[in-house]
Design a binder for this molecule. Structure first.
Ligand SMILES: [Zn+2]
Length: 129
């Protein structure tokens, strides 16, 4: 494998900071429990707030999985390599999205629902887990 062209320590620091953030948000699950109100409007607002809180938790737990998987790839020495085409993921992309597991081209293909990309991605993720 080629030598990484990025500073793995700063990426790891960013990942760990994000991991701590996401864990903290996930621990505040109590925000979901909103008191029943006699007032109908309050109740609607409560339902909306609950909906938003659940969506946030969903997003954060997804993110946490991504981050932990990226940290495992750092350990395994495969970090920064696209899970599909095995090309290096660009430094700019990794700086913006340190848990990225696909290069930009493969990510775009995956977003379009290209099953070949989605398939290898899932297989490699399972191998790395
Ligand atoms: Zn790729």
């Amino acid at each position: 494998m080629t030598k990484p062209n990025f500073n793995i320590n700063s990426i790891m620091t960013a990942l760990k900071a994000k991991e701590a953030d996401a864990s903290r948000i996930l621990q505040s699950r109590d925000a979901i429990i909103i008191e029943k109100s006699a007032d109908e409007l309050d109740e609607i607002e409560g339902a909306v707030a609950r909906e938003i809180a659940i969506r946030n938790l969903d997003r954060e737990s997804g993110l946490l999985r991504e981050i932990r998987s990226a940290l495992r790839r750092i350990d395994a020495g495969t970090f920064g390599m696209c899970l599909h085409c095995e090309e290096e993921i660009s430094l700019r992309r990794l700086e913006a999205v340190p848990w990225a597991r696909l290069c930009l081209q493969c990510q775009e293909a995956a977003d379009r629902g290209d099953y070949r990309v989605l398939e290898t991605e899932q297989v490699r993720l399972a191998e790395a887990a």
